[in-house]
Design a protein around this ligand. Structure first.
Ligand SMILES: NC(=O)C1=CN([C@@H]2O[C@H](COP(=O)(O)OP(=O)(O)OC[C@H]3O[C@@H](n4cnc5c(N)ncnc54)[C@H](O)[C@@H]3O)[C@@H](O)[C@H]2O)C=CC1
Ligand SMILES: CC(=O)[C@](C)(O)C(=O)O
Ligand SMILES: [Mg+2]
Ligand SMILES: [Mg+2]
Length: 355
């Protein structure tokens, strides 16, 4: 375990150098890892484990699109792809990768197959932390831990294929066998993590729910929409408003932030831009601080998890989500974005490029 200094605070981090894949393979050599669910995280984690030489099987409902997807991805019915119950029975480590709401429904079935010494693995602290809402209370004689990749399952797979890893956090909730730590770290490496950061279930879920509702997804759309609206109301064209709100950020400036930090991005912009950004950022911080505080409270009191459970347990939740996504897609800002994106060289048809 390496101790690294993060802005003056020391934290434990597991690196692939100290826990190489060969060690993970060794730890997992007698295990059958059953990945239950083949949505977004399922394929990323199952395929990376398969390519890493781990004995992995997938449990998924037959006659579903995702069953067919698993077959297309190389999982073989009756050998490495099974109905959920059969996979639960065969698995010694159960990777519970159904949507957080669906985990509640299937829990009685999963619990039945959690015999002594098995391990229950999550990619989120949700089910355990909010157990008063989810009813997920594992038996005492199984290991319970999580590896939560800090990004989409799609990125997990893509970065693995590029020979890079996605950072993940890991946590142990229950160590019944005395081997929870080596099991969870081995799995973290096997699913394609780059670095593994230590946390606990509650911290993982509180920060994750805050982040996705906040700067990562909810807040960013909110501030995009507000700036776009002001520019449009002052007579700017859709393309100008979109370029100054989104396109320049994602194409030019965020890659610089990713590479070397905010000050470096600022330093690579004009002195005029730097003066303005340095003057205004604290005003935006102060304006949003109460909203972030309200958001964290809403997470910590269980209001956000309850809302997610209530809405995602309805039979027509996918249709409803799709309708809301369509509203975003059809908004002028994102329609303008579609046209702006079509102008990127990689999106131009050969005829258009030469025309
Ligand atoms: N989406 C992501 O990239 C990330 C997800 N996570 C966590 O990983 C876990 C899995 O998330 P996702 O892959 O996004 O899930 P998902 O929403 O894609 O669903 C996973 C699977 O659940 C199946 N399913 C849904 N309802 C079912 C039911 N009633 N019975 C049986 N199967 C059912 C679906 O067919 C699908 O195969 C969650 O705990 C999530 O919070 C963690 C990090 C990132
Ligand atoms: C991709 C990820 O980590 C999220 C945004 O938290 C999620 O999909 O739940
Ligand atoms: Mg997340
Ligand atoms: Mg999340």
């Amino acid at each position: 375990m390496a101790k690294l200094n993060f802005g003056g605070v020391e934290e434990n981090v597991v690196t692939r150098e100290e826990f190489p894949l060969a060690k993970a393979q060794q730890v997992l050599k007698n295990e059958t890892v059953a990945v239950i669910g083949y949505g977004v995280q399922g394929p990323g984690q199952a395929l990376n484990q398969k390519d890493n030489g781990i004995n992995v099987i997938v449990g998924q409902r037959k006659n579903s699109k995702t069953w067919d997807k698993a077959v297309k991805d190389g999982f073989v019915p009756g050998e490495t792809l099974f109905e959920i119950e059969e996979a639960l029975q065969r698995g010694t480590i159960i990777c519970y990768l159904l949507s957080d709401a669906a985990q509640i429904q299937l829990w009685p079935t999963v619990k039945k197959h959690l015999t002594a010494g098995k391990a229950l693995y999550f990619s989120h602290g949700f089910g355990i932390t909010f157990n008063e809402q989810t009813g997920i209370v594992p038996p005492k004689d199984v290991d319970v831990f999580l590896v939560a990749p800090k990004g989409s399952g799609t990125s997990l797979r893509r970065m693995f294929l590029q020979g890079r890893g996605l950072n993940s956090s890991y946590a142990i909730f229950q160590d019944a066998t005395g081997k929870a730590k080596e099991r969870v770290i081995a799995l973290g490496i096997a699913v394609g993590s780059g670095y593994l950061f230590e946390t606990d279930f509650k911290k993982e879920v509180y920060s994750d729910l805050t982040g996705e509702r906040g700067t990562l997804m909810g807040c960013i759309q909110g501030i995009f929409a507000a700036q776009y609206q002001v520019l449009r109301s002052k007579g700017h064209t859709p393309s100008e408003a979109f370029n100054e709100t989104v396109e320049e950020l994602t194409q030019s400036l965020m890659p610089l932030v990713a590479e070397n930090g905010m000050d470096w991005m600022y330093a690579n912009c004009s002195t005029t831009a730097q003066r303005g950004a340095l003057d205004w950022w604290k005003k935006f911080r102060d304006a949003t601080l109460p909203v972030f505080t309200e958001l964290y409270e809403s997470v910590a009191t269980g209001k956000e998890s309850q809302r997610s459970i209530d809405s995602n347990s309805q039979a027509d939740y996918r249709e409803k989500l799709e309708a809301e996504l369509k509203e975003l897609r059809d908004s002028e800002m994102w329609q303008a974005g579609k046209t702006v994106r079509s102008l990127r060289p990689e999106n131009q048809k050969p005829a258009e490029v030469t025309a």
